[in-house]
Design a protein around this ligand. Structure first.
Ligand code: MRU
Length: 360
């Protein structure tokens, strides 16, 4: 996407192929700063500590992490160890395991001396395929948006949760790709951006990237969505996903399920943008998705910038208050009106997903 008029991806390998650059997303929206990752441990740390986040971007980062490993030791044992270290960073988004398995399947049959070069080529292919898939999701999503009639008679009002924009992918985003496609096509859209407590990916990332692209948007507290839908101020909900099970159950950022319930109760279409790298046909339904439990401190404290521009963390709960922090939830397939994929829009049901799982 364009940032300050210049094209930018959320990650890019160093020309010398000795490092991976990523945007340190912990510092947005206040600062746009890149971090240079030079080895597996750094790549794993960047994923675990959420310098990079979002299912497709986690997968691409892990792929480059294995390429970095190949520079040091490309032997079978070292590669398996590196894949295990990267794979243990975050449990929910299936793209992480998907990308690691794809890399290992490509590299292990090769002689160790041939692996380093092949690893960069394969990681680049994963990154480029993500960009192409998201662009296609944008096109299919735009075609669907064109079928909607704005309830306010003026412009389409879409609601999104978390950040499933270009920052969550290599480029374009998943849920926001149709929004960017709509804007490019001259279709008027406005986006309600859920703040997405506890880490506020909506407030800090989606609001930032929509502003960069000059897409009209309004930040709302997570609890506002039901009210907005009830008053006819939302034409559709579009979210991303971290894992979709074989029956169409959708795992995404905590709070997504409540939005889906409110959407169904108010006759608002609830759509999920799903690249095929996020489909897990090995899981029968959403009950088996491993849900990441993150630090209670993300709930009891909030981060921001003080008036002097310095990063601050403030406590909002009583000292010693117990807190739980499940980071994802599962929306049952029955509440999902459609999955926007790179191969078109499909129903969230087992038969449609099995067909999608076949090679194109
Ligand atoms: O915890 P995060 O920020 O990695 O969670 C991201 C989300 O839940 C996104 O909505 C999802 O990964 C889709 S990203 C295209």
């Amino acid at each position: 996407m364009l940032v300050a008029g210049r094209p930018m991806r959320s990650l890019w390998p160093a020309p010398a192929r000795d490092a991976l650059h990523v945007i340190d997303q912990r510092r947005l929206p206040h600062e746009l700063v890149a971090a240079r990752l030079t080895g597996v441990a750094e790549a794993a740390r960047a994923i675990r500590e959420m310098w990079v986040r979002g299912a497709p971007l986690i997968g691409a980062t892990a792929a480059y992490g294995l390429a970095l490993q190949c520079r040091v030791d490309a032997g079978d044992a070292a590669l398996q160890r590196a894949a295990a270290e990267l794979g243990a960073t975050r449990p929910t988004a299936v793209n992480l395991q998907w990308a690691l398995q794809r890399m290992l399947a490509r590299l292990l049959p090769l002689a160790p001396l041939a692996r380093a070069e092949a690893a960069w080529v394969e990681a680049d292919a994963i990154a480029d395929a993500d960009v192409a898939a998201n662009a296609a999701i944008g096109r299919h999503g735009l075609a669907w948006l064109r079928t909607l009639r704005p309830r306010d008679g003026r412009r389409l009002n879409l609601l999104t949760h978390c950040n499933a924009g270009w920052l969550a992918t290599v480029d374009w985003g998943t849920a926001l790709a149709p929004v960017y496609a709509a804007q490019a096509a001259g279709l008027e859209v406005h986006v309600w951006v859920d703040e997405t407590r506890p880490r506020n990916q909506g407030a800090s990332l989606s609001a930032w990237e929509l502003a960069q692209q000059r897409v009209p948007h309004t930040l709302v507290a997570d609890n506002a969505g039901g009210h907005l839908m009830q008053r006819g101020r939302v034409d559709a909900v579009i979210v991303g996903c971290d894992r979709v099970a074989a029956n169409g159950d959708v795992c995404n950022k905590i709070g997504t399920y409540l939005k889906a319930l409110a959407a169904r109760a108010n006759g608002v279409p609830f759509m999920v943008a799903m690249p095929l790298s996020t489909l897990d046909l090995g899981l029968p339904d959403g009950a088996a998705v491993p849900i990441e439990e993150r630090s209670a401190r993300e709930v009891t404290h909030v981060h921001g910038r003080g008036p002097d521009g310095a990063a601050v963390e403030v406590q909002i709960a009583p000292y010693g208050c117990a807190a739980a922090n499940p980071a994802f939830d599962v929306t049952p397939a029955a509440l999902v009106d459609g999955l926007i994929t790179e191969r078109g829009i499909v129903a969230a049901d087992g038969a449609a997903l099995r067909r999608l799982g076949q090679p194109a």
